[in-house]
Design a protein around this ligand. Structure first.
Ligand code: SF4
Ligand code: SF4
Length: 148
């Protein structure tokens, strides 16, 4: 864990001030941002589903083509380029969203536990419940809405 002046870097730096390494270390690897979302056209309310992007390796919780992800999946979220107002598209457990809202990292976060497996043990990782969009008909997606 990297501390600055007795405090962890995520406690005393803004997201925009982080080094690349610090930014990357905040990602807990849950892959919840790779789940398909539905938006209510009338209320703009967002609903997460347990259906994951076709490029996600669900077991490993990693993108199968990270370098070309935006080209292959235009709706893929490039979080570092997103405006803070767009962070609503991230799950509430996402470290970037939490910090942007002035909240602390959760106790299961790898930067707290020192162990990336804590994300899966806490049930945050999608590896335990996601199903790839390759196997879901688009008309069935509403049936896959979940509470995250
Ligand atoms: S939801 Fe946030 S913490 Fe989880 S994988 Fe996506 S960017 Fe990383
Ligand atoms: S392209 Fe990769 S990083 Fe983007 S949503 Fe799909 S699996 Fe996730």
């Amino acid at each position: 864990m990297a501390h600055v002046s007795g405090q962890a870097f995520w406690e005393n730096k803004k997201l925009t001030e982080l080094t690349d390494q610090q930014w990357e270390s905040l990602c807990d690897g849950c892959a919840r941002c790779c789940l398909l979302k539905l938006e209510d056209e009338d209320t703009s309310e967002l609903f997460f589903t347990n259906v994951s992007c076709h490029l996600l390796d669900i077991e490993q919780c990693c993108c199968r083509n990270y370098q070309r992800r935006k080209f292959l999946v235009p709706e893929c979220l490039l979080i570092r380029k997103m405006d803070l107002s767009e962070y609503q598209w991230l799950p509430e457990t996402c470290a970037y969203r939490l910090l942007s809202e002035g909240k602390p990292l959760p106790e299961w976060h790898p930067l707290i536990t020192g162990n990336r497996e804590s994300v899966e043990i806490a049930g945050i990782s999608v590896s335990g419940f996601a199903v790839s969009e390759e196997f879901i008909h688009s008309e069935q997606i509403q049936e896959h809405i979940i509470d995250l």
